[in-house]
Design a protein. Sequence first.
Lengths: 259, 254
Amino acid sequence: MEELLRYEHVDISYLGVPTVRDVSFTLAPGEILGIVGESGSGKSTLIKAAMGLLGAEGCVTRGDIWYKGKNLPDLPQKELRKLCGPELGYIFQSAGSSFCPIRTVGAQLYETMREHERISKADFEARAMEMLQKLGFENGKRILESYPFELSGGMQQRIGIAAAMLLKPSVLFADEPTSALDVTIQKQVVEEMLLVRKTFGTAVVLVAHNLGVIGAMADRVLVLKDGEAVEYGKTQEVLTNPQADYTKALLAAVPKLRR
Amino acid sequence: MEPILKAENLTKVFSRQGQEDFTAVNGISFELFPGECLAIIGESGSGKTTAVNMISRLIDATSGQITLNDQDITHLKGKALREVYRTMQMVFQTPTDSFDPRRTLGDGIGESLRNVGVSKAETRKKVEALLEKCGLPKEFARRYPHQVSGGQCQRAAIARALAIEPKLLICDEATSALDVTVQKEIIELLNELRAQQGQSLSILFICHDISQVQQFADRVLVMYHGNIVEAGTPDEVIRTPKNDYTKRLIDSVL
């Protein structure tokens, strides 16, 4: 199977304290991998490591993260920055607070694009409008002219996805993109991300604690507990026939709607 | 049977200078009976928390009436209002924020007992018993909020709410900030408490997770834009929703 991204026996520490131990997985083009686990299990740390977002206190202490033949933790900062955006996209939990509140959405998206390529304002607008249209936004122009606070939480999150997709990355890391949202809006965001995969063939690493979201989206799932992978396999198999005790407990704890 | 809590035409309008008035809760009415668990669900901004904040008298209602245990508590103030909290206690969404970070959990749990004149030695004994009742070792009385996990802190918050043996427990998104395994533990604890106390404990449970409500509540009210749009048993509401919003809410559950 073709591989896009490969984690090999990755250990990550914060201030010398190990938070992730010996985690390995692979990601194929267009695949959606779900990472589940409780707060503090190391889910977000794992994807931040690929993007160099661990900050001064965290570092990958062992193992490699391979992306198209390059080991991401070994790359000089400048080279990694070039990959972040056009190759590796990132969506944050709260898109609203990841935008600048005093500048329009359009101005911020333009800034992101200009960082990576020479593009005129008119070309940017044409591309942004095309992207927004592909992702199902009805009035792209109005959105580009809006300030983040003028949009609802769900809309902000969908624009966070559109912003990441403007540079057409091959891998999209999504850190709890739906947990701050209401259930009705959660569904819209899930549909948006599935549309991204269908339209652009983007591979997605989805971090979530909601097993329902993982079940609806992911092809494979990695279950983390206290920084270690306790189970890794096809989503349907893991959800219907879990092997690890922890996965069983996690599944048993999810309240199911009896329709 | 007389209801323990009755809300009649409860309305809250927020007035903001230079802006139009905003009606957060629009004349809602409901009753909660002894021993019953009533859930209120709805999305962010639907008015759930504003409604319970009025009931728990953390904010004043613009109009309407709240009757607790046959007493009109809508406009009570000062000492009379403090007396109300012998009957009604709250458990909040973020457990660590609801305790004073500079005082031990035991201190926080015992405060309401000391306020009603229980002696120090008696308070200590009661606090230990309450912690054990809520599934925590009694040694936790000496811990500070930051020294325990979110789930343990929420158990302590429930112990604190139960300290003066209230008849009504108001849980405002008491499980939403917790992991799913911990959520389950807290729901099991509340179920145990209900089984132990029978008709002497009623629960008003605010939640946005309809599947959790189905496991736990006797009746459910669905709120949307400040109105109650549907009411019934969880099974009725989930299987035969009448309102369009309720249908959408149920369809969205993944």
